[in-house]
Design a protein. Sequence first.
Length: 757
Amino acid sequence: MITFDREAHLFHIRTPHTSYIMDIVSGGWLRHLYWGARLEHWHGAAAMPMMDRSFAPNPADTPPDRRFSLDTLAQEYPAHGNSDMREPAVRVAQEDGSRITDLRYVSYDIVPEKKKLPGLPAVYADQTAAETLEITLRDAVTGLEVVLSYAVLADSDAIMRSVWFTNRGLRAVTLERALSACIDIGGLQGYELLWLPGAWARERQVERRPLGHCRQVVESRRGASSPQENPFLALVAPGTDETHGEVYALSFIYSGSFAAFAEMDQFDVTRLAIGLNPFDFSWELQPGESFVTPEAVLLYAAGGLGEMSRGFHALYRHHLMRGCWRDWERPILVNNWEATYFDFDAAKLCRLIDKAAELGMELMVLDDGWFGHRNDDRSSLGDWSEDSQKLPEGLEGIAQHAQEKGIRFGLWFEPEMVSEDSELYRSHSDWAMAVPGRPKSTGRSQYVLDLSRREVQDYVIAAVADVIRRVKVSYVKWDMNRHMTEVYSRALPARRQKETGHRYMLGLYRIMEELREQFPTVLFESCSGGGGRFDPGMLYYMPQTWASDDSDAVERLAIQYGTSLVYPPQAIGAHVSAIPNHQTGRQEPLVTRALVAMAGTFGYELDITRFTPEESREVQEQIALFKELRPLFYHGELYRLLVPARRGDAAAWLVVSPDRRQAFLTYVQPLAMPNPPHRFLKLAGLDSNLSYEVRERLTSAREHYPQAPQSWLEHGPLQQGSQVFGGDELMQAGICLPVLMGDYQAFGWELTAVEEE
Ligand code: DGJ
């Protein structure tokens, strides 16, 4: 619900549990007043008084008042050069060389809908009630109109912000910075920044550090959201954990270069902002032209990181992912990458398919190496027709074999790239991004196609669509294995070159939109050398993302924990892979690998034709179990119980059904301890008034250490294999954890509500 108090000039946005309040101060600037737990009243008790502060400039055209300064005002959309010395949200270069704008209030509107953002991914309302507040500001000198948009949905505490610029002046202006959201919040002394840095194969590791009196930036300058950082930043109260503490979180629905800022000023007011990275960005607006920023999502949670995550999960599952695969349960797949790498032929693939069918798998994915003459990663990107040496009966032959075995067929593409050794490059070398007259860098021996150009977009759409249609592909893995360098588009004039990075993203979004419209029932999974582009922008087009090229179960605990802070488990691509693991050499039991992969989309990525009979039986049981529990995993809510803050820490999580009558607990112990102390695990999200039968469904401990003197079977709470406990007991007193012998052990317990006599 959004209201405007005409007397107080005050906007109040209410979500089910939060409030966001602003007003228009004398002179027409927009002031931020409050963001936090929902309020029914606001009379300004917490409004920060304006005071005469040294070195705080006063605006020229208001009655002289040394107390009023934009440098000390809590602002909603601060401009560069206009006497606020902190991080600006907007900077506009003008023909006279100045970069100053002064945005003043003009009008507002409240519309009963959530608008689409042209050409951009964004939250949608569907059947849910929505409202949007649009506040129009204007710079009198340039005539630039700026509309700040704040949208809310009836079933979420998120506030979606975007900014719509229109040049209503007579001269061209250039946006040099156009962030999507900015908020100035007082009283956050001692709070911490929390963000998700990483690297290839170590994506989204959670880091925290105290907020300081300086400008702190989380950003990607790589032309992709990147494995190195993620478009997310939170400020958390000291001591915040899964169940306690105040969280102010920003997430950005975008897949390219981004920046998130946190700057605590001299009076302990913290400016939080997020948007397109101003680094190497500009956008020219001729008179009459418009520009829309991508969407930022603001989410406040009073009850810790768990509450924040469930807020993001619900929003992104129901209002960002689209199409039938938003709700359809995902197939259990086998992917041939770690099974064969480039070394496969039709016979090998058919053997994989046969085995997959025997084990109960539902989808076979043919990864890299099926096209051109690609026997390593140095050639053929761009030539999307099959290698007839490896596949003499074509892709159709493999797809048909899969179909005969009752398995669906999926295919890998890397459509944004071109290899120098390719037909595409030989005929269109100018489509590779490069600066004329300069050599261009390679990355994994490949170049980035200039997707800012319409004809390149059209080629990619046609090439991928032809294969999907011809082969009747039902799943596409969309990979992207290098970042942008020599950013330049031959299609743009010199003064517009800094638009290239964002135009590339708009081109990519157009391609993905067209393909999903042409193939609405195809399941698309995005990937970027693992989870290098795991962001909300991609989820709008592709409802799951391969989380990491690191498939080691212990490493995945940290990666999937960090990823789950923002992204729902239903979007997290996770597979069981071989031991010794190809990235770490670790050797976790098959059960542990399966339980960790079940926390995501669940599949297998190893040579399943080499399973022993015992392993085959185990995998059949895992698959049967996953199919049985799949509705719970797909519709349940995630409660993280133990988080692996450091490598080697134990992890535990619970998925609870919407009616709270069923749940599945996973516990993973990377390292064993001799003569261990008692450890308690308090569950969450259950119904305190219900009793639950707790039943062991999968465990690695028993099979590997049957004779262990302290095997968990002798000491754990489930001595008979199952037992009934109260929901209140499980949440308040907790479970005294069984002792597990050996490293890399795990168990999975199912909880089912029982009627008490
Ligand atoms: C990187 C991906 O993350 C892998 O899963 C695999 O598809 C390779 N690319 C293939 O080149």
